[in-house]
Design a protein around this ligand. Structure first.
Ligand code: UD1
Ligand code: CA
Length: 516
C-alpha cells in the first residue's frame, strides 16, 4: 500500500518484533501462511513494510514453522532484519521472548510487537501507537478495536474506572462462562485485542519471565504481560482504532481474499486521489508497489502487478495485465499481457499483444494485434503492427515489420539474434532465420525466408517466382463450381476480346512480372 507516513515524529521505537512463527493450519497450504500474498506482497512483507515506517533501531522477525523458507524470504526483503528462532515452547509470549533474546541484552525504551499475518496495519498507525505510548507514560499500550462480533479474539477486560486490567483469551473466557464465576461476562466484551502493542522493554522482559502456560491452550500468552504489569502498579493504556481492517488477521483463504480485496480498494482509491482515472475500481487490481502518473486512465479489467510503473497521460486497458512493466508517458496499452517489458513514451501496444520479458519498445513505437515479443529491442517509432513473433531481436528506429513476420530465433538447440536496421522494411509473411543481419535502409520482399545478411540499400527477395498454368482448373477440377466460374469468365473475355477490355467482375490474368 502506498501509505506514506504523514508527519515527522521524534518517537522512534527501540525495536519492532514481528511474530511469524505460527503454523497457520487453517490455510491448508504447503506455503507458510505469512508467505501468502495480497497486493503482490507477502503478508509478512506488509508487516515488515509497516514496521520499517516506524523507523525502529532494531527489527526482528520470530520464525519457527517452515523456518528456512520464511527466513530466506525475510533476507530477500530486508537483510537488516534480525531473524529470531522460537523454540518448542508455544505461544505468542514465548515468541516475543525469543525475539527479545535475539536483540541486544541492554535494549531499553519502546518495543512494538506486531503480527506477521495482519497485513493492513499501516506504518502510520505504528507511529501513532509509539507517540501515544511514549507521551502517556504507559508501560504497555495495546491497540484494540470494537467489533460487533468479537469472534475468537482476546477480550479486553477493564475495571470500573475503565482502565485496562487484563486481556482474556476467548477459550479462557468461555471456560469462565461455563464455570459461571465472576468473570463469566468477559466473553460478551466486544472490545478485542488486536495483538499489536507497545511495551516498555524492561517491563516486557521481566513480565515474560513470569508468564506460565496454565491456560486453556497450554501456551505462554503474551497477553498475560498486561495483568502482570498492572499487578506491579504499571500503567496500561488502550489505543482504540476505528479502522477495523488494520487489526484483522489472516487465518484462512476466505480472509486472505477479503483482506486482499480491501487492500486493493485502498490502493485504487489512493491512485484516484493522486489524479488517476480508474473507470471501474471493482475490476481493477493494483499491487502495493505500483506507481501511476497523473491523468492516466485505467480501463476495466486491468491488473497492474509487481513493480509496474505507469507514466502520466497513459491509457491502460481494458483487459490488460502488466507485471513488472514500465510504461512511458502518453502510451496506450490495450488488451495486452506484458511482463518485465519497457514501453516507451507515446508508444501504442495492442489489442491482443503478448510482451514477454526483455521487450523494450521505443518512444512512439508500435506493437500491434496478435504480436508476441520476447527479448526484443524495438527502436523509437518502429512498428511491429500485426501477427508477428519477434524474439531475440534488435529493430532500429523507424523500421517497419510487415504483417505475419516471424523471427525464427530457435534452431532446436540454441537461440540466435536478429538485427533489423534503422528505417528498414520487412515485407509481410517473411521468416527471418536467425542469426540474421538486415542493415539500415534495407528491404526484404514479402514472403521471403531470409537466412543471410542484407546490406544497406538492398532488397532481399527469397521466394520462388510466380508460375501460372493455363487450363489447370478445367483439367484437374472439372465439374466444380470453380471450373464453371473459370469457363464463364473465359467466355466473357473471349466475347469482349475485340475491345481488349476484360469485365471487371472477373480477375484478369496477371501481367507478366517485371524482372527484378
Ligand atoms: C492472539 C492473541 C489474542 C488476539 C489475537 C489477534 C495471544 C495469546 N492472543 O490470538 O488476544 O486477539 O492474537 O489476532 O497472544 N505466533 C508465534 N508463535 C507462537 C504462536 C503464535 O509467532 O507460538 C504468531 C503467529 O504466527 C501469529 C501471531 O503470533 O502471527 C498470532 O498467533 P495466533 O495463534 O493467531 O494468536 P491468536 O490465538 O489469534
Ligand atoms: Ca490469529
Amino acid at each position: 500500500m502506498p501509505s506514506r507516513v504523514g508527519r515527522v515524529t521524534t518517537h522512534h521505537p527501540a525495536a519492532v518484533i514481528v511474530l511469524a512463527a505460527g503454523e497457520g493450519t487453517r490455510m491448508k497450504s504447503a506455503t507458510p501462511k505469512v508467505l501468502h500474498r495480497i497486493g503482490g506482497r507477502t503478508l509478512l512483507g506488509h508487516a515488515l513494510y509497516a514496521a520499517r515506517q516506524a523507523s525502529p533501531q532494531h527489527l526482528a522477525v520470530v520464525v519457527r514453522h517452515e523456518r528456512d523458507q520464511v527466513a530466506a524470504h525475510v533476507g530477500e526483503l530486508d537483510p537488516q532484519v534480525v531473524v529470531a528462532d522460537q523454540d518448542e515452547v508455544k505461544g505468542t509470549g514465548r515468541a516475543c521472548e525469543c525475539g527479545l533474546d535475539a536483540l541486544p541484552a541492554d535494549l531499553a525504551g519502546t518495543v512494538l510487537v506486531t503480527m506477521g499475518d495482519v497485513p493492513l496495519l499501516t506504518g502510520q498507525t505504528l507511529v501513532e501507537l509509539t507517540e501515544r505510548h511514549e507521551s502517556s507514560g504507559a508501560a504497555v499500550t495495546v491497540i484494540t478495536a470494537e467489533l460487533d462480533d468479537a469472534k475468537a479474539y482476546g477480550r479486553v477486560v477493564r475495571d470500573e474506572a475503565g482502565d485496562v486490567v487484563a486481556i482474556m483469551e476467548y477459550k479462557d473466557a468461555l471456560a469462565h462462562r461455563s464455570a459461571g464465576d465472576d468473570l463469566a461476562h468477559v466473553v460478551d466484551v466486544r472490545e478485542i485485542n488486536s495483538g499489536i502493542y507497545a511495551f516498555d522493554a524492561q517491563v516486557l522482559r521481566a513480565a515474560l519471565a513470569e508468564v506460565g502456560t496454565d491456560n486453556a491452550q497450554g501456551e505462554k500468552y503474551l497477553t498475560d504481560v498486561i495483568a502482570i504489569a498492572r499487578r506491579d502498579g504499571r500503567k496500561v493504556s488502550a489505543h482504540l482504532v476505528d479502522d477495523l481492517w488494520q487489526t484483522e488477521g489472516v487465518n484462512d483463504r476466505v480472509q486472505l481474499a477479503a483482506l486482499g480485496k480491501e487492500l486493493n480498494r485502498r490502493t485504487v482509491e489512493h491512485w484516484m486521489r493522486e489524479g488517476v482515472t480508474v473507470v471501474d475500481p471493482d475490476t481493477t487490481w493494483i499491487d502495493a508497489e505500483v506507481t501511476i502518473g497523473r491523468d492516466t486512465v485505467v480501463r476495466p479489467g486491468t491488473q497492474l502487478l509487481g513493480a509496474t510503473t505507469i507514466g502520466a497521460d497513459a491509457v491502460i486497458g481494458p483487459d490488460t495485465t502488466l507485471t513488472d512493466t514500465e510504461v512511458g508517458d502518453g502510451a496506450s496499452v490495450v488488451r495486452t499481457q506484458a511482463e518485465a517489458a519497457l514501453i516507451g513514451a507515446e508508444a501504442t501496444v495492442g489489442p491482443f499483444s503478448y510482451l514477454r520479458p526483455g521487450t523494450v519498445l521505443g518512444a512512439r513505437g508500435k506493437i500491434g494485434g496478435f504480436v508476441e515479443t520476447k527479448n526484443a529491442q524495438i527502436g523509437d517509432g518502429a512498428k511491429v503492427p500485426h501477427l508477428t513473433y519477434c524474439g531475440d531481436a534488435t529493430i532500429g528506429e523507424g523500421a517497419n515489420i510487415g504483417a505475419g513476420t516471424i523471427f525464427a530465433n530457435y534452431d532446436g538447440v540454441a537461440k540466435h539474434h536478429t538485427t533489423v536496421g534503422r528505417h528498414s522494411f520487412v515485407g509481410s509473411d517473411s521468416v527471418l532465420v536467425a542469426p540474421v543481419h538486415i542493415a539500415d535502409g534495407a528491404y526484404v520482399a514479402a514472403g521471403s525466408t531470409i537466412e543471410g545478411t542484407v546490406a544497406p540499400g538492398q532488397i532481399a527477395v527469397a521466394r520462388s517466382r510466380q508460375r501460372n498454368v493455363d487450363g489447370w482448373v478445367a483439367r484437374r477440377r472439372a465439374g466444380t463450381r470453380t471450373a464453371a466460374a473459370a469457363e464463364a469468365a473465359l467466355a466473357a473475355q473471349a466475347s469482349e476480346a475485340p475491345s481488349g477490355q476484360a469485365p471487371h467482375t472477373s480477375a484478369p490474368t496477371p501481367p507478366p512480372r517485371r524482372a527484378e
